[in-house]
Design a protein around this ligand. Structure first.
Ligand code: HEM
Length: 441
């Protein structure tokens, strides 16, 4: 019995020595937590408890409500402190501007680490430096205007397929949740534009590759939201690591095979490597470019997969919210139908800048309304050096989707506006889908 206390004490000391770095990091975060404005914190845990029992929808609602309270107090930033992690949110455009214009704070946070097993050191994850600069230089031209025109054929082809599929619901009058259909459409768009292949997930929703992409995205959210899963051992013992490995293997094999086949076709002359860049997909451009001659097969795969990851869920979610807003605002829907004009609306919730932020009001983006607004008050694609390379691509893709959708159907909501809420995920998904009835025009 007399030995128990010294043994426990020694074990405790060993634990401290072994985890010294992690413990001093946690203490440093606690110290910063006290100095930054934010909701009250508990020792070490910070605000962790506030989030434990909340689902994705409740988290967003809590964050928006707390942000408004701190804005009212005149604060410019707000923090949430978790164990060893600090989330600092800018509360207005001016503050976002000073962060995003920084030429030193350009690396990504720890949460991006989850995707590394799939996306490695691609342009999305790579820290700021020579390697990122050279990759970004190569990726950027694939979104030049002339190139985007070349992608229009794929946008139109895949959107028409979605219209055909949705037509069954229009005929029967059955309620349809648009979200999964839009998601598969944008996945086929990105496969067509990034790799020049037709995955046709719209007709094959249970294809192993499609399932792996969906599964990986869901798992990355589960990992980010549940603090205990961030411990590698717990993640492994609960079977999540195996799931992750299986998804990553399927996705890597798929893109690896497409890349190898495409390279063989280029080398055999089947695909003309001297054709204009306008006619090439992203993979062809990477394979034929002089600048990538020293890239490994893995480097190329990582960039192509980054487009798959960053490019389809984002556009799908943004367009789904657009349909939900259109469904709940028939007057605007009719106006757009008549004019098929250039609009683009996403959810930003600062009432000082966007009074009544949940109201769908595309007129907020009229030039006269933009005057006096900080350019950084509306940054769905981020801004600064690490802004989104795919912005114009997805805007054009969404315009094509919107044109087809509104030309073919009137969209009617089958649920009150507030019954499907943004849920905190990598991109804020609708908690109850986008349930609508489609009426053929
Ligand atoms: C509505 C659609 C989209 C939205 C809202 C969106 C939003 C964003 C945001 C906020 C970032 C910055 C992320 C960060 O700071 O870590 C980003 C980065 C990025 N996006 Fe997008 N995105 C969209 C579509 C796309 C598409 C279609 C592609 C490619 C086909 C794409 C490729 C990328 C890449 C490669 C980066 C990393 C850029 C870098 O770090 O240099 N995105 N996007």
């Amino acid at each position: 019995m007399a030995l128990i206390i010294p043994i426990l004490f020694t074990l405790f000391l060993l634990f401290i020595i072994q985890n010294y770095k992690r413990i001093s990091w946690i203490l440093k975060v606690c110290d910063y937590g006290k100095r930054l404005p934010g909701p009250p914190i508990q020792p070490i845990l910070g605000n962790t408890n506030t989030f434990v029992d909340k689902d994705g929808v409740q988290m967003i609602e809590y964050i928006v409500k707390t942000a408004n309270e701190f804005r009212e107090k005149g604060e410019k930033i707000m923090r949430f402190q978790l164990i060893g992690k600090m989330l600092v949110l800018p509360l207005d455009g001016e503050t976002a501007q000073s962060i995003l214009q920084s030429t030193t704070e350009l690396d990504k946070g720890d949460d991006y680490g989850f995707a590394r097993a799939w996306l490695g050191r691609s342009v999305l994850l790579e820290g700021y430096g020579e390697r990122w600069k050279s990759h970004r230089r190569l990726v950027t031209p694939t979104f030049h205007f002339a190139k985007l025109e070349g992608y229009l054929e794929v946008f139109n082809r895949e959107t028409k397929i979605m219209m055909e599929i949705l037509d069954e619901f229009a005929k029967s009058g059955e309620t349809v949740d648009l979200f999964p259909y839009i998601k598969r459409c944008t996945l086929d768009v990105i496969c067509g534009t990034a790799m020049g292949i037709n995955v046709d997930s719209q007709h094959n929703p249970s294809d192993p590759y499609v399932k792996a992409v969906e599964g990986f995205n869901k798992l990355s959210v589960t990992h980010a939201m549940k603090p205990h899963l961030q411990n590698d051992f717990i993640f492994w013992i609960l079977g999540y690591q195996k799931q992750k490995d299986d998804f990553v293997r399927t996705m890597k094999q798929f893109t690896g095979k497409v890349t190898a086949e495409r390279r063989a076709a280029i080398e055999s002359g089947e695909v003309d490597q001297h054709s204009s860049k306008r006619d090439m997909n992203f993979l062809d451009i990477l394979l034929c470019s002089k600048e990538t001659s020293n890239w490994s097969e893995e480097d190329i795969r990582e960039e192509v997969d980054t487009f798959m990851f960053a490019g389809h869920d984002t556009t799908a979610t943004s367009f789904s919210w657009m349909c939900w807003n259109m469904a709940h605002n028939p007057n605007i829907q009719e106006k757009v139908y008549e004019e098929l004009i250039d609009i683009f609306a996403v959810f930003h919730s600062n009432p000082n800048v966007f009074p009544n932020p949940e109201k769908f009001d595309p007129d907020r983006f009229l030039p006269e309304k933009m005057d006096g607004r900080n350019a950084y008050d509306y940054i769905p694609f981020s801004a600064g050096l690490r802004n989104c390379v795919g912005q114009k691509f997805s805007q054009l893709n969404e315009k094509v989707l919107l044109i087809h959708m509104l030309k073919n159907y009137k969209i009617e909501p089958k649920l009150a506006f507030s019954k499907t809420r943004p849920s905190l995920e990598i991109v804020s998904k609708p908690s109850n889908g986008i349930p609508v009835r489609l009426i053929r025009r």
